[in-house]
Write a protein that binds this ligand. Structure first.
Ligand SMILES: [Cu+2]
Length: 195
């Protein structure tokens, strides 16, 4: 488990530092302290998960020991947002972040009830994209839940673009396809020229 998280951590850190360099003087001031990281991470969880979740940072360090099955992470800078995931989703996330084939034998669930960061989000078509580019379908989603399934045939029939009126598939046709279930209003979008 620790090794898994470390791999996630390294990939995310690499993305984060690339983003900071690109942002240059617009970079937000200073990193969050531990309490702020915990608070941000738990912001992704519903109340009952918030009570029991573990919190880790992207170096693999445990910031808060939990008693439950969910693990919450603060937002990687410039990408996505804070999230709380169960064990199958955590394993899948590690594979997707390190570019390995991501499969799961079980349903995996991740809460992102704080939504993406305003400076985060993701390309809906390219799992490796780090920022909005023309045509890469970058979406800054509001509060949502994500689900991975063992067999992509189960995704058939869902929209494959980030529609605004219901669930859709992110990263369709890739090994990293998953269901996005928005539960509140979508956030303002980042223009493709944004740094
Ligand atoms: Cu998400």
């Amino acid at each position: 488990m620790t090794r898994m998280i470390t791999a996630v951590a390294l990939a995310l850190l690499a993305s984060a530092s690339a983003q900071s360099q690109q942002r240059g003087s617009d970079a937000p001031s200073g990193p969050l302290n531990v309490d702020e990281q915990i608070e941000q991470a738990l912001g992704a969880a519903p109340p009952q998960v918030r009570q029991t979740a573990s919190v880790r940072d992207f170096t693999g360090k445990t910031l808060r020991e939990g008693t439950g099955t969910y693990t919450c992470f603060p937002a990687p800078e410039g990408l996505a947002g804070p999230m709380c995931m169960d064990a199958p989703f955590l394993a899948w996330m590690d594979a997707s972040m390190s570019g390995k084939p991501a499969t799961t034998s079980q349903i995996g669930i991740s809460y992102m009830l704080a939504g993406d960061s305003l400076t985060g989000g993701a390309s809906n078509i390219d799992p490796a994209a780090l920022k909005p580019e023309p045509g890469n379908s970058w979406v800054v989603e509001g509060p949502h839940v994500m689900i991975i399934v063992p067999d992509d045939a189960l995704l058939a029939g869902l929209p494959t673009t980030p529609v605004k009126d219901g669930p859709y598939v992110m990263w369709p046709g890739t090994p990293y396809a998953h269901i996005m279930i928005p539960v509140a209003e979508r956030l303002p979008q980042r223009p493709a020229s944004a740094r």
